[in-house]
Design a protein around this ligand. Structure first.
Ligand code: SAM
Length: 203
């Protein structure tokens, strides 16, 4: 799908993302568990409506990127509600310029499903993270359950056209092949959702 088309799809979903950011209890528990160590200068990729902001320390300095201006508008409201210091950038994560800046914590939640080149984004995440920093991901992808993965493969192209996300990406394979050093992974829901704690570079 063309990037412009994808941006339009996400623009249309911005209000829905904002409404649901405090509603799904199991999603909130996953975000809280993953993000409780987030600190310092935080880079959040594909921020959406700012669903993660409630879990950041109040003194965090956040840089947040998203290519949907409508999502960024919702995220600005969330930052105001949370009294959080956030610098927003409207742009494509695969092309954004961050002027050689390095962050203490680099975060991506529920966004590896939508990049045309997710492997490139993992490399960029490593390059934007300080050597002793941390990379936190909450991502969904293909299940190890044969029935569920069959359904995911069948539905993938329909879902992508409707909401701009792939549901059958192999997240763990991508992680293994990336430059990131995986510290810990927790997989849930028939191994289709992964909480991942990583360092920027393999040993
Ligand atoms: C499924 S939503 C997840 C939002 C948020 N990370 C969360 O956890 O609620 C995916 C988000 O990624 C953004 N996005 C997708 N591809 C992008 C890209 N290439 N560059 C910047 N933002 C992108 C969309 O606009 C949308 O806000």
């Amino acid at each position: 799908m063309e990037i412009n088309q994808q941006v339009k799809l996400f623009d249309k979903q911005a209000k829905k993302y904002s409404k649901r950011k405090k509603k799904n209890a199991s999603e909130l528990r996953m975000r809280q568990k993953l993000l409780h160590s987030a600190q310092g200068e935080i880079l959040e990729l594909s921020v959406g409506a700012g669903a993660n902001f409630q879990f950041y320390p109040k003194d965090a300095k956040v840089t947040a990127v998203d290519f949907s201006a409508s999502m960024i508008e919702q995220a600005k409201d969330t930052a105001r509600e949370q009294n959080l210091d956030v610098h927003f950038i409207v742009g494509n994560v695969e092309e954004v310029e961050l002027q050689e800046k390095k962050f203490d914590t680099v975060i991506s939640t529920l966004s590896m499903c939508s990049y045309p080149n997710p492997e490139k984004v993992l490399q960029l995440m490593a390059s934007w993270c300080k050597e002793d920093g941390q990379i936190l991901l909450l991502e969904h992808g293909i299940s190890t359950n044969s029935v569920y993965s069959w359904v995911q493969n069948k539905a993938d192209s329909f879902i992508e056209k409707r909401i701009g996300c792939h549901i059958n990406r192999d997240i763990l394979k991508m992680m293994k092949e990336s430059p990131l050093q995986i510290e810990r992974i927790e997989s849930l829901m028939l191994n289709s959702i992964h909480l991942i704690w990583a360092k920027p570079n393999k040993g």
